[in-house]
Write a protein that binds this ligand. Structure first.
Ligand SMILES: *[C@@H]1O[C@H](CO)[C@@H](O)[C@H](O)[C@H]1NC(C)=O
Ligand SMILES: *[C@@H]1O[C@H](CO)[C@@H](O)[C@H](O)[C@H]1NC(C)=O
Ligand SMILES: *[C@@H]1O[C@H](CO)[C@@H](O)[C@H](O)[C@H]1NC(C)=O
Length: 496
């Protein structure tokens, strides 16, 4: 191939990736594992609280940041910050905060891309797609104008001497990448100085002939390219954001004591989309190229996080078991076997309760869709039958409050402007292994304004589409991924 960075090459590559309509890193369908088996649930999890009493004034995030204090038991722990809130240090390069309608629209795109990656329908040759499809899609380059690939960021360092980079972390994708000089084709504005591999003593390009180059396809769904002898990756997200560049390895510094040589990552030369001032993405999925898998020798495939209750607080992302192991209060459910071999963390939902009462939802409703947990999806998606049962029980318990206009995909919204205090029914999810997780009030509500406070759940359009536990549901819970142990755990609130 001619000059690797000639615009014709990258145009070709770029064109190609726009044509791969959400190629899958796996075409495996979740669910079905327990089809037909009624799950018998132990009933010894007493719900201590059937309702939450909430001060209405506390529902809106404050305009100032109240950072959490560091837990001395957490060693390799990074502060988790919402991309757009007052704790974000993106300053002048902070992308314009999107409207709620835009946030929910981007969320729909992410969910669509997850559904197609996990669907059999798109199974089939990826390589062929690059050539066969007609140029019917274009990249809508609305750079920086809206939510991209996740809402929460952490700061790591790369290179020698090391440079701080703030990356979106995403349990639903694998390849870690950052924008790199010389930005041969395009870089979006980011807060920190763009990483320059030529200024680092520890950067190495991966060659096209390396087996590592071939492994990219399973992490990105896109056949790698070749530029002279350097392996070229391409990755595109559900919202049409993308990054294309050189596949390299480099020293990654997580904390003063936790340093990883030869960390494989994408050094992006052509990056566009909705990354909102961040320097790129930290992939926490299940593929061998993900950060979690690459650091398994040190952390044993174990990490946890707490997403804060609102953008005016910070949470944490911690790698490795904290001293003394996982807290006894953390309850574990097995990773679903159907999700093995995909990027996603699957678990088996067995029931939902509202106000302490178990909803009448057939086990087959949960098993036909399967469930994943995702840090980057905002609104939890449920099978249509599960959502309608949840909605009617929630509305019944909230009948004292006036319903108001729906907001995009959210159809159960209340006008609370006349109330100082409200009573919200407790929502709890049960998972395989007899684990029941009670959600906080902030975990069930999406709150654009006090006059429009919405139930933060929506229905999938198809009963076979995977259910997704989104990041609002996870707020303030300690979520523990024991990947090597094949299980995910939930603990009580571990951040504000
Ligand atoms: C990027 O930053 C430059 C300089 O700060 C500014 O002029 C430009 O408008 C920004 N571009 C976008 C897309 O925000
Ligand atoms: C990596 O490979 C690209 C493409 O061949 C080349 O332009 C670049 O200089 C290489 N970088 C380093 C640090 O070797
Ligand atoms: C799925 O993964 C878990 C843990 O990673 C492992 O124990 C189990 O054997 C795997 N199951 C299948 C069917 O591959």
């Amino acid at each position: 191939m001619a000059n690797p960075l000639s615009s014709s090459f990258l145009s070709f590559f770029l064109l190609s990736i726009t044509l791969v309509f959400l190629s899958s890193s796996s075409s495996k369908k979740l669910g079905f594992a327990f089809e037909g088996k009624e799950t018998i649930e132990s009933n010894n999890h007493l719900h201590h609280h059937h309702t939450h009493t909430v001060q209405v004034s506390s529902l809106l995030p404050s305009t100032t940041c109240s950072p959490s204090t560091k837990d001395p038991n957490r060693k390799a722990s990074l502060k988790v910050i919402h991309k757009y809130g007052p704790c974000s240090q993106f300053g002048q390069h902070k992308a314009k905060t999107p409207t709620h309608i835009e946030i929910l629209k981007q969320d729909e795109l992410r969910v669509k891309s997850i559904h197609s990656r996990l669907s059999n329908k798109l199974a089939g040759g990826r390589g062929g797609d690059l050539i066969d499809l007609k140029a019917s899609t274009n990249i809508p380059a609305k750079s920086g104008s809206s939510v991209g690939t996740g809402d929460y960021v952490v700061t790591i360092s790369l290179g020698t001497p090391k440079k701080d980079l703030t990356l979106i972390f995403d349990t639903g994708s694998d390849l870690t990448w950052t924008q790199c000089e010389p930005c041969a084709r395009s870089c979006y504005n980011q807060t920190e100085t763009i990483f320059n591999p030529s200024a680092s003593k520890t950067y190495t390009n991966i060659t096209c002939r390396s087996n590592l180059c071939n492994e990219l396809i399973s992490a990105t769904g896109i056949t790698p390219g070749c530029s002279t002898t350097t392996c070229v990756y391409g990755i595109q997200y559900g919202d049409q954001s993308f990054s294309v560049g050189f596949f390299g390895k480099e020293r990654l510094t997580l904390t003063r004591t936790d340093v990883f040589d030869d960390f494989l990552f994408g050094c992006g030369q052509n990056n566009q989309g909705l990354f909102g001032g961040s320097a790129g993405l930290l992939g926490l999925g299940r593929n061998p190229l993900s950060f979690v898998q690459q650091t398994t020798p040190k952390y044993g495939g174990f990490f946890s996080y707490c997403l804060p209750s609102s953008a005016s607080f910070t949470g944490h992302l911690t790698f490795g078991k904290s001293r003394g192991g996982a807290s006894k209060a953390v309850k574990f459910t097995p990773l679903s076997e159907a999700s093995n071999g995909t990027s996603f963390y699957g678990l088996d939902t067995t029931g939902i309760s509202v106000g302490g009462r178990r909803l009448a939802i057939k086990a087959s409703v949960f098993s036909a869709s399967g469930t994943i947990i995702d840090s980057g999806t905002v609104i939890t998606r449920l099978a249509p039958a599960a959502y309608s049962a949840l909605r009617s029980a929630f509305r019944k318990a909230m009948k004292a409050y006036p319903l108001t206009d729906p907001l995009s995909i959210l159809d159960t919204c209340y006008d609370l402007s006349k109330y100082d205090e409200i009573t919200v029914p407790t929502v709890a999810f049960s998972f395989g292994g007899g684990v029941t997780v009670e959600l906080e009030a902030v975990g069930v509500l999406y709150i654009p304004r006090i006059s429009q406070v919405c139930l933060a759940f929506a229905a999938n359009s198809d009963a076979s589409d995977v259910a997704i536990l989104g990041n609002i549901l996870q707020r303030t819970l300690e979520v523990v991924y024991d990947v090597a142990g094949g299980r995910v755990g939930f603990g009580p609130a571990s951040c504000s």
